[in-house]
Design a protein around this ligand. Structure first.
Ligand code: ARG
Length: 566
């Protein structure tokens, strides 16, 4: 058990029965300077309970606390208890665990028997897969991997935007101005042009809007021509999307998009009617959400056609029935916060208590330097272009720095695409950001290529060592500050993964593996590893092995590959 924080928490709670273990756990701090110990516990909050000064309380806790095998010493300063972990114990415990668990280090079984649906990416058919979709795609994919690593049975769903009034518009545009050959050659750009043109022409010819409503209605009613066109648009779009998913190495368990629910909505609408939560408003069916401080939700238009939220209601119910989920996670931009609040409220009004397990994981918006992206105005950056450019740039760099590298193509893909994903997962997901080519193609500093390079460096040392890793080594050889810094980063890794899951925040892992890589690079520069002294070499190789493992696992959880050489 290398979770010293939890162990310390247990010991403290034996001495402070007035606080729960959870309360104590969040109070334990990591001091800014290791000279002040590895963990600190503030006693200010206890002053009221014990009616005594914080320092005096700290003293009495320290006197009674059994240090066990892992605490070396306890110091008291400024109302804090400062704990110093026994160094050799730490070395042995951390490396012992990594050497034993290897690629399972940091994983757990806490999710066993629980189904977690992660819905992510969900682009819209006939529209570009643009830089705005990358966020849902890579955050979702990472969360999928993190939950899986913690033992959850995870289901990746792509809720394709393959239905709705825009298909009416597209059909009208195609019938007026479309060219089949052109669409085959360049599906998305041509369909996008048609969509843009529809909106331009509709400004002066409002009758087009009415025509498009009728075509969507036909689609919903199973009209052969409408369905044929829609199917074709869907197919050619999916081909393009799949090209990007292949580049990103992302797969889904299910592509049940919006159209999948077209025949499941009547039953849902019946359910709502039976619960008496729908009412008529200007010929349409709505759920009044004003009493809950939200705008009412339009469920069915006067002409009988359904809406985005109607399909989401059907989808949530279908997922509960199909997967009996423990959590149903939606990785969707923050523009849709209100939509998911409405969705959950309606499910609640329908008496479906599992609504509380539906979790919207929002993320900030991506804008371009010259303003927001606009599909209608054709102002978009295609994700595929970004990935291709990143790969090209990586090739140039490798050709310059390491021209004899084998498998150039493959490694350039791993590094270039890894760089884009890493950059996306570097900041808190809720932050908005402006896309710039410079930033996404920056490979210097705390980037994906830096972590990958560090991983390749550790791999190279292990290759050169030519000896296997020995589980028995002298831990007293690894207690210097520089080495301990590396080991502490490794020790925290399991907790970091859990934290990332709890907060649905992959950037916690991104930042942590940068720290581990930096600590390792200091270690690498200060200490020779392949030294004459067999004992020292053995001990240091164990550290290298552990670092390689953590970087490999960490990158994997972000959806990034870790090449052995680069
Ligand atoms: N297709 C939508 C878009 O691009 C995202 C779908 C989100 N998922 C959902 N269940 N509503 O904006």
């Amino acid at each position: 058990m290398i979770d010293f924080k939890k162990r310390l928490c247990k010991k403290l709670s034996e001495n402070i029965p007035q606080l729960t273990e959870e309360e104590i756990l969040v109070m334990i701090e990591i001091p800014p300077d290791t000279k002040m110990g590895d963990f600190a516990f503030p006693c200010f909050r206890l002053a009221k309970i014990f009616r005594n000064a914080p320092n005096a309380i700290a003293n009495s806790i320290a006197e009674n606390l059994d240090k066990g095998d892992f605490i070396d010493k306890i110091e008291i300063a400024g109302g804090y208890l400062n704990f110093f972990i026994n160094k050799e114990y730490l070395v042995k415990a951390v490396l012992g665990e990594v050497l034993l668990k290897k690629e399972m280090f940091g994983g757990s079984l806490i999710g066993n028997g629980k189904n977690v649906v992660v819905e992510f990416s969900s682009p819209n058919i006939a529209k570009p897969f643009h830089i705005g979709h990358i966020r849902s795609t890579v955050i979702g994919n990472s969360l999928y991997k993190i939950y899986k690593f913690l033992g959850y049975n995870t289901i990746a769903i792509n809720h394709l935007g393959d239905y709705g009034t825009q298909f009416g518009k597209l059909i009208v545009a195609f019938k007026n101005w479309g060219d089949e050959e052109e669409i085959r050659a360049n599906p998305i750009t041509t369909l996008l042009d048609l969509y843009v043109r529809f909106h331009r022409e509709a400004e002066t010819k409002p009758e087009l809007e009415e025509e498009s409503r009728q075509w969507f209605k036909k689609l919903e009613n199973g009209d052969e021509e409408a369905i044929g066109l829609w199917k074709w648009f869907r197919e050619v779009s999916l081909d393009e999307f799949n090209r990007v998913y292949n580049m990103l190495d992302i797969t889904f368990d299910s592509f049940t998009g919006e159209s999948f629910y077209s025949d499941k909505m009547p039953a849902v609408i019946d359910m709502m009617q039976n619960k008496g939560i729908m009412k008529k408003s200007e010929g349409a069916d709505i759920v009044d959400l004003e009493p809950f401080g939200m705008p009412s939700a339009l469920i069915r238009k006067g002409d009988g056609s359904t809406l985005y939220i109607t399909r989401d209601l059907a989808a949530a119910i279908y997922r509960k029935e199909t997967y009996d989920f423990y959590k149903n996670i939606y990785v969707v931009g923050s523009q849709q916060i209100l939509h998911f609040q409405q969705l959950k409220k309606i499910l609640h009004l329908m008496g479906l208590e599992w609504e509380k397990d539906c979790v919207h994981v929002p993320f900030g918006m991506v804008s371009l330097e010259d303003g927001t992206m606009s599909t209608r105005e054709g102002r978009v950056v295609f994700l595929e272009d970004v990935l291709n450019k990143a790969v090209e740039k990586t090739k140039d760099i490798i050709n310059e720095k390491n021209p004899n590298l084998e498998n150039l193509e493959k490694i350039a893909k791993q590094v270039g695409i890894g760089a884009v994903i890493f950059e996306e997962l570097s900041n808190n997901r809720t932050k908005d950001y402006t896309f710039t080519w410079d930033k996404i193609l920056n490979f210097e500093g705390e980037t994906g290529p830096y972590v990958q390079y560090t991983h390749a460096r550790a791999s190279s040392v292990l290759r050169k060592a030519e000896t296997g890793i020995d589980k028995v080594f002298k831990s007293e050889l690894l207690t210097d500050d520089i080495t301990l810094e590396v080991l502490k980063g490794i020790q925290q890794f399991p907790e970091i993964v859990e934290d990332a899951q709890r907060k649905n925040e992959p950037s916690i892992i991104t930042r942590h593996i940068v720290d581990v890589a930096q600590a390792f690079n200091r270690f690498y520069h200060e200490h020779s590893i392949l030294v004459e002294d067999e004992e020292l070499k053995k001990a240091r190789l164990a550290v290298v092995f552990a670092v390689k493992q953590v970087l490999n696992t960490g990158l994997g959880l972000l959806g990034i590959q870790a090449p052995e050489r680069m």
